[in-house]
Design a protein around this ligand. Structure first.
Ligand SMILES: Nc1ncnc2c1ncn2[C@@H]1O[C@H](COP(=O)(O)OP(=O)(O)O)[C@@H](O)[C@H]1O
Ligand SMILES: [Mg+2]
Length: 112
C-alpha cells in the first residue's frame, strides 16, 4: 500500500477529486494548508527580497491506495493539477505499513 500526499492549487481540487474517483481511488482526505516551494511564495524575485517568504494557500490531499494503483494515481494528480505556472505543487509517495477499517476490523489493502 502507498500513501500519496499531494499539495495542489485549491482551484484544481474538484477536477483532481473527479479524476481520482474515475481511476478507482476509493477515498481521500483533504486539508486546507499553506506552504511555499522554491519561489518562497513569490511570483517574482526582486533584488534583495530573497529572505521574504510568503505562505500561499494550498490543498493537501492524502490518498491511500494499493501498490497496483499508486502509479496511476500519481500520474492522474500530476496531469490534473497542472497549470504549467509556478506553484503547481508536489506529490510525495510513502509506503504504508498497515491500514485498518475500524468498523469491520479488516486490515491491509482490504481496509482501503
Ligand atoms: N520540499 C517541500 N516539502 C514540503 N512541502 C513542499 C515542498 N516543496 C513544496 N511544498 C509544498 O508544495 C506547494 C507548492 O510548491 P511549488 O511552488 O509548486 O514548489 P516549487 O516552487 O519547489 O516548484 C508549496 O506551497 C508547499 O506547500
Ligand atoms: Mg514554487
Amino acid at each position: 500500500m502507498k500513501l500519496i500526499i499531494a499539495v495542489v492549487k485549491p482551484f484544481r481540487l474538484e477536477a483532481v477529486r473527479e479524476a481520482l474517483t474515475a481511476v478507482g481511488a476509493e477515498g481521500m482526505t483533504i486539508s486546507e494548508v499553506k506552504g511555499f516551494g522554491r519561489q518562497k511564495g513569490q511570483t517574482e524575485v526582486y533584488r534583495g527580497a530573497e529572505y521574504q517568504v510568503n505562505f500561499v494557500p494550498k490543498i493537501k490531499l492524502e490518498v491511500a491506495v494499493s501498490d497496483e494503483l499508486a502509479d496511476k494515481v500519481v500520474q492522474t494528480i500530476a496531469s490534473t493539477a497542472a497549470t504549467g505556472k509556478i506553484g503547481d505543487g508536489k506529490i510525495f509517495v510513502l509506503t504504508i505499513e498497515q491500514a485498518v477499517r475500524i468498523r469491520t476490523g479488516e486490515t491491509g489493502a482490504a481496509a482501503l
